[in-house]
Design a binder for this molecule. Structure first.
Ligand SMILES: [Cu+2]
Length: 291
């Protein structure tokens, strides 16, 4: 009996270690942005990558963003917008080719920035308050694929965050709001793009990663915005999806969705642990007469 409790304890320890591990991948303490090569000439703003790559980064409060100028021209990283001008939050002044600039963000919020020399170059830094972000995760999870995990009592926020966020697997640009996270649901073969702060009508451009989502046989997908099927444009693997102000969930449905490693690892572990516990219980009943 004692032995069984001990092995259960060891298993739980292993499980919690693995459950915590994905949070390491979701570390938003630092982010690096590079200047698109050739961004001193207009055109980069029309590309999927944008002029600052990536044009949207998310960090936690207290996190640091470093802008590396890999381009051949000098650029600035200036908070504000080209139309509204600098807002005084931060300003790199001229960053020469091969140099970099870093800024630490102490307050939550979204921070627009642009290049004073080349005003078509625009980007955004999302600084999330950890408390807030977790509360939101919790809400988002209520109706998602995590239910199975929750029933097992392992609703670890950190683990959930690691599993949920597939954002770095896709190239995305959007004209209103930011992407809070991208989740994959294997059961429904659905990719859920969770939007945040889409105050205006906007358009999402997302290049799908075929390692994660497979289209239907004819190469197409279905798209739902807040549960309503919508028309969208598809060019190869890139989808152009329009959404109305206030939109929160864009679901892309294909024939097959592969969750990232974290989810697979969790499922494998969960199954393994359940079967070990079941086996142990069974073994125990047969062992009792001997004890
Ligand atoms: Cu510039």
């Amino acid at each position: 009996m004692q032995k069984r409790i001990y092995s259960l304890f060891v298993l739980l320890t292993i499980f919690s270690l693995v459950a915590v591990a994905p949070s390491a991948f979701a570390d938003h303490g630092t982010a690096t942005v590079t200047n698109a090569p050739g961004s001193s000439v207009p055109g980069c703003e029309e590309t999927a990558d944008g002029c600052f790559i990536p044009s949207m980064v998310t960090i936690d409060v207290g996190g640091e963003v470093t802008w590396e100028n890999d381009d051949t021209a000098a650029h600035t990283v200036t908070s504000g917008t080209p139309t509204g001008g600098p807002d005084g939050n931060f300003d790199s002044s001229l960053v020469m080719a091969g140099s970099s600039f870093s800024h630490t963000f102490e307050d939550a919020g979204s921070f627009d920035y642009f290049c004073m020399v080349h005003p078509w170059m625009q980007g955004m830094v999302m600084v999330t308050d950890e408390e807030m972000a977790h509360g939101d995760e919790e809400m988002a999870h209520g109706d998602e694929e995590m239910e199975g995990m929750k029933e097992m009592g392992h609703s670890d926020d950190h683990a959930a965050k690691g599993i949920e966020d597939l954002s770095d697997q896709f190239t995305t640009t959007l004209t209103s709001g930011v992407i809070h996270h991208i989740g994959g649901n294997t059961d429904d073969a659905t990719l859920l793009v969770h939007l945040f702060g889409a105050d205006d009508d906007g358009k999402l451009e997302i290049t799908l990663n075929s390692d994660i989502i497979t289209p239907f046989d004819d190469g197409s997908y279905f798209v739902l915005v807040d549960g309503q099927e919508v028309e969208f444009m598809q060019m190869g693997n890139t989808l152009h999806i329009e959404y109305d102000a206030g939109a929160e969930r864009i679901e892309i449905v294909g024939s097959h969705v592969v969750p990232e490693f974290g989810t697979i690892a969790m499922i494998v572990l969960a199954v393994a642990i359940v079967s070990i516990i079941v086996l142990t219980t069974k073994t125990r009943t047969t062992l009792i007469p001997k004890l």
